[in-house]
Ligand binder design. Structure first.
Ligand code: ADP
Ligand code: MG
Length: 334
C-alpha cells in the first residue's frame, strides 16, 4: 500500500469511524446504500429509533415499493402525502425554481429508461429520450396541503434529496435523545452532530472523483451536513466504452456533462445540501458560482474536469486541499 493510499484511507476512516468513538457504529442497508450512525453516548434504543426512522422514510419515498406515497402518486396521478413527503417535495420544487430547473423531480421516467432504478442499464435512442422529455417539467406537479397530483405521464422521484432529509431527521432524533456528538453517514451523505468527543472539529475527507482511494481535501466542520454528488458514485459503462452517470440534465435527458465531476455542499440543512449538490452538479461551475453567493447558510467545494477547485470563500479557513489538489487552481466564490 502506498503511503498516500494509506493516509487517504486513514483520513476517510477517521471521518467515518473516528477512533475517539468508543462504541461501534450502527450500520444497516437502506435507500439502496450502506448507512452508519456513530453516536457513542446513544443507547441501543436510540440507535434503533434512528434505524426505524430510515425504514419509515424509505417506505414513504421509494419509487420501487408500490405501497409508498410516491409510487402511489406516480401510479394513480394523485395521492395523500404525509408531512415528510410534502415537505421534501415542496423543497424540491422550491429548489427547481431557484436553480432554473436543474433539479427536477419529474425526470424519473428518463432516469428509469436508462436503467438506473433497476440496474438494467441501457442507452435509450434519441427519439425515446425526446418522447420522455415531453413529460419532464417540475411545474406540472401540483402540491397542496397534504396531497399532490400529476398529469398523465408525469412521474416524480425524490431520490436526489431523500437521504439529505433522512439525515436531518436522524439529527433531530439523536439531539432529542440527548446526544451532542455523532457522525451520521447515509451512503456518503454525512451529518456531523456537534464536535468530536474530544472537542475538536470533525474532519471530513472529500473523495477524489478521479481516484476513489484518495481525497481532494478535508473539511473541518462542527454541527453541519456535508453532502457530495458525483457521477462516479453510480454509473455504468456502455458497449461503446462511454461512462454514464446517475445525475441527469433535465434539458437533455442524458447524464449531465457540465464540466463538474464532484460537488460537495455543507450547511445546517441536509435536505438543502442534498438538493443543491445535485442541482449545482447539473448547472456547472460558472452557473453554480453565480448562484452560491445568493444562498444563505451553505458553502460548497466543486471539482471540475480540468482538476481545478471552485470553493466558496466561507470555507477559506476550513477547507484544506490535499495530495494532487495541493497545487490545484482554486477559484474562490463570493
Ligand atoms: P446520491 O443519491 O448518490 O446521493 P444525488 O443526491 O446526486 O446522489 O441524487 C441522484 C439521484 O437523483 C439519481 O439517482 C436520480 O434518481 C435522481 N436525479 C438525477 N438527476 C436529477 C436531477 N437533475 N433532478 C432531480 N433528480 C435527479
Ligand atoms: Mg442530491
Amino acid at each position: 500500500m502506498t503511503r498516500r493510499l494509506a493516509t487517504a484511507l486513514a483520513l476517510l476512516a477517521l471521518a467515518l469511524f473516528p477512533s475517539a468513538l468508543a462504541e461501534a457504529p450502527r450500520t444497516f442497508f437502506a435507500m439502496d446504500t450502506a448507512m452508519s450512525v456513530s453516536a457513542p453516548t446513544a443507547d441501543a434504543a436510540l440507535l434503533d429509533a434512528c434505524e426505524r426512522e430510515i425504514y419509515r422514510l424509505e417506505a414513504l419515498f421509494s419509487v420501487t415499493d408500490p405501497d409508498s406515497e410516491i409510487a402511489r402518486l406516480n401510479a394513480e396521478g394523485s395521492a395523500a402525502l404525509s408531512p415528510d413527503t410534502e415537505r421534501v417535495l415542496r423543497f424540491a420544487l422550491e429548489t427547481a425554481e431557484i436553480t432554473g430547473g436543474a433539479l427536477d423531480v419529474t425526470l424519473y421516467p428518463v432516469v428509469r429508461a436508462w436503467g438506473f432504478t433497476t440496474g438494467e442499464y441501457r442507452v435509450p435512442a434519441d427519439a425515446e429520450i425526446a418522447a420522455l422529455l415531453e413529460n419532464v417539467d417540475w411545474r406540472q406537479v401540483s402540491l397542496s396541503e397534504a396531497a399532490a397530483a400529476l398529469p398523465e405521464g408525469v412521474m416524480a422521484d425524490l431520490g436526489a434529496l431523500a437521504k439529505g432529509y433522512a439525515s436531518d431527521r436522524l439529527v433531530e432524533i439523536l439531539t432529542e435523545g440527548g446526544v451532542d456528538s455523532a457522525l451520521i453517514d447515509l451512503g456518503g451523505n454525512i451529518w456531523c452532530v456537534g464536535e468530536k468527543p474530544d472537542g475538536s472539529a470533525w474532519r471530513i475527507g472529500i473523495r477524489d472523483p478521479l481516484d476513489p482511494a484518495s481525497v481532494v481535501g478535508s473539511l473541518s466542520v462542527r454541527g453541519a451536513a456535508v453532502i457530495t454528488s458525483g457521477s462516479y458514485e453510480r454509473c455504468f459503462v456502455a458497449d461503446d466504452g462511454a461512462v454514464y452517470g446517475h445525475i441527469f440534465d433535465p434539458m437533455t435527458g442524458r447524464p449531465a456533462e457540465s464540466g463538474l465531476i464532484s460537488v460537495t455542499v455543507t450547511g445546517a440543512s441536509g435536505l438543502q445540501c442534498d438538493a443543491l449538490s445535485t442541482a449545482l452538479y447539473v448547472m456547472g461551475a460558472e452557473r453554480a458560482a453565480a448562484l452560491l453567493p445568493d444562498l444563505d447558510g451553505v458553502e460548497a467545494v466543486l471539482v471540475d474536469s480540468g482538476g481545478a477547485l471552485w470553493v466558496t470563500s466561507g470555507l477559506k479557513d476550513s477547507f484544506t486541499p490535499m495530495y494532487a489538489y495541493q497545487t490545484a487552481e482554486i477559484h474562490w466564490i463570493g
